[in-house]
Design a binder for this molecule. Sequence first.
Ligand code: AMP
Length: 397
Amino acid sequence: MKVLVINCGSSSLKYKLFNMEDESVLANGLVERIKLEGSVLKHEPLGKEKVEISTEIPDHEVAIKMMLDALTHPDYGVIKDLNEISAVGHRIVHGGEKFTGSVKITDEVIKSLEECIELAPLHNPPNILGIEAVKKQIPGVPMVGVFDTAFHQTIPQKAFMYGLPYEYYKNKGLRRYGFHGTSHQYVSQRAAEILKKPIKELKIVTCHLGNGVSLTAVKGGKSVDTTLGFGTVSGVIMGTRCGDVDPVLITYLMEKENLNYEQINDILHKKSGLLGISGVSSDMRDIEEAAEKGNKRAQLALEMFEYMVIKYIGAYAAAMNGLDAVVFTAGIGENAIQLRKNVCEGLKFLGIEIDDEKNNARGKEIDISKQNSKVRVLVIPTNEELMIARETKALVY
Ligand code: AMP
């Protein structure tokens, strides 16, 4: 059985074709700059040369068609016929409160997704465009939607509510939703496998530290709290997003600097975080390099990032009344050796002890804790696409 996984953004489309017999990747690729000048498809077929095709790509339908043509191309394709694709899994950013798990896509589901647009105006529309385009190009192929928010629908109400008037939750759905759910689900399940313990018995904090950052408290395999909320800026500072700020600062800034909705949104999402603090870059590698050379603001950005990760791990250990494992994943979590060391040193009081030699690893699955550490510390490369492929297979068969 072959499952195609699609992640459709506003101007990009990522895809991966899996052979689910052994979960191997047959091809993966990326269409960039859809609707813009310089659009390109980059296709990597298993065992063959990479291909890049630069041509006009005016919309998502054309992008999907190009991807399907690449997958079946006589020279650089990996399947002979589109019939070989048994199912398509779509990453969908927001499922609101309606979707508590992955779902087989029907016309009714598409309608419900449209109702969630208000909650994710930038992300859900391209997700829906991707679904419609696949439906047109390969009609009849079963499709599954896998939501970034669904894993967090188990968060109890006391943790997902904000202290605003209750009506805003009831009438407008203002609450914590959380994101990166597929990643947190994948690494927490993998952690249980590595630790050879039933996930039901484990209390884990999963740290997805990438361009976007979120930490999740996973108790018994279920998300019980997470740092991203209604939107995608809360919690730890990120590449360009601000993390937790006193909400009064926002109204204060709007008033004093005469900022409108777009301007303040731009500051919170694009001009803050590592970039805003350091003035150097949003990329952790650049921050580390500048900090090493003595740049004070880069050092501060790094310290803030580490401090907030430590703080949330401590908070979530309290929220779960215990902690068995911490998992580091995504670009920073998988690669930033010194940062992992500093975070773990700040958590010694919880009985966390890591082995420096084991920690000297990048991008690979490894238990970096010392034998006698009370809490296991794992590095697990995330694999959201595989999780989506598994969910798709499970719902279709
Ligand atoms: P992601 O969003 O998961 O692709 O992660 C992107 C982030 O990972 C960026 O901030 C990168 O700087 C960071 N990153 C990738 N490789 C490394 C590395 N070797 N050391 C530190 N940070 C890294």
